[in-house]
Design a protein around this ligand. Structure first.
Ligand code: PEP
Ligand code: MG
Length: 321
């Protein structure tokens, strides 16, 4: 962290006109939490648990997971912590699961779609998470959810496991269930799912890929993969407007200062990004007014392509300095 940003590691995110915006950190290992809080994170908005599971020959047992999750919750001292359940398949391999080769791995058997078949691994994670919630309030988030049926299944499973822990006399703390909004159907799910989930977080990395139908890692379609595409911004804006559950954003887009006014203009008040970006984001936030952000978003939505949006954003930020 640059010395001039140092004081911002200890303050909360507030815009120039006094609107609170929570700036959270994305982490991939429990050990990164300490740095994230030192860098000014107001919580952990995404703890990806794949690292705990992959690049090894057997899955971690419940105890190993419990220790990792509890470590993060203990460091958080009551601040928000969102831990994401296993997101494998697609671009995220895991050797010991012996997943079949697929023609379309991104559209195939991945993330939440694997849980019913890998019941032992899934329940070890759910048990570890619910036990860890005794160390602080925990938000549990499920990746790649595409249907209401999946949401209902998850809700039932989590409550079943909580019940089981209760009969075993194991302490479970406060926990909430949420989903990644990273499949376009989430636009409608967020309107309807409030009975079963409490929150969602926009995974713009995958949402762009699925919305514009372009592989996020394929160089030949890189010109299409752009979160500044006006149609994608329309989706984002609609999602924020229609959601009946608390909404955050945790894709790479969240850490890009160029698009921050668009996220705020759409009404997002929680953004999760890599820890190194947080102090800078707080500084930027302090210079922005929500009315201007809403106007900038409206202008971006009227653009014809991503290049126009980017030019507009650079012009708007130059004008505000
Ligand atoms: C996303 O898809 O935006 C996201 C945050 O998850 P991941 O990058 O791990 O797929
Ligand atoms: Mg994703």
């Amino acid at each position: 962290i640059a010395r001039r940003l140092e004081p911002l590691t200890r303050t909360a995110g507030v815009s120039r006109d006094g609107e609170r915006v929570k700036l959270l950190a994305n982490i991939a290992l429990a050990d990164e939490a300490e740095n994230a809080f030192a860098a000014g994170a107001e919580g952990i908005g995404l703890f990806r648990t794949e690292m705990l599971f992959c690049e090894r020959s057997t899955p971690p047992d419940e105890e190993e997971q419990y220790q990792a999750y509890r470590h993060v919750l203990t460091l958080a001292q009551g601040k928000k912590v969102v831990i994401r359940t296993l997101d494998i398949g697609g671009d995220k391999p895991c050797d010991y699961l012996n997943l079949p080769q697929e023609e379309n791995p991104f559209l195939g058997w991945r993330a939440v779609r694997l849980y019913p078949a890998f019941e032992a691994i899934f329940s070890s994670q759910v048990r570890a998470l619910l036990r860890a919630s005794a160390a602080g309030p925990l938000d549990i988030m499920v990746p790649m959810v595409a249907t209401l049926e999946e949401i209902k299944w998850l809700h039932a499973r989590f409550h079943q496991v909580a019940e089981q822990l209760h009969t075993e006399g194991v302490v479970v703390g406060e926990w909430r269930l949420g989903i990644m909004a990273e499949v376009p159907s989430a636009l409608y799910l967020l309107e309807r799912a409030a009975k079963w989930i409490d929150f969602a977080s926009i995974g713009s990395n995958d949402l762009v890929q699925y919305f514009l139908a372009c592989d996020r890692g394929n160089p030949h379609v890189r010109h299409l993969y752009n979160y500044c595409d006006p149609t994608f911004l329309m989706l984002l804006n609609e999602m924020a407007a229609r959601s009946n559950v608390e909404l955050c954003l945790c894709g790479e887009m969240g850490g890009d200062p160029v698009v921050m006014p668009l996220l705020l203009g759409a009404g997002l008040r929680q953004i999760s990004m890599s820890a190194g970006r947080i102090a800078g984001a707080k500084k930027q936030l302090a210079s922005l007014e929500m009315d201007d952000c809403r106007k900038t978003l409206q202008r971006a939505l009227a653009c014809e392509n991503a290049a126009e949006v980017t030019a507009l954003l650079h012009e708007a930020s130059a004008a505000s300095v």
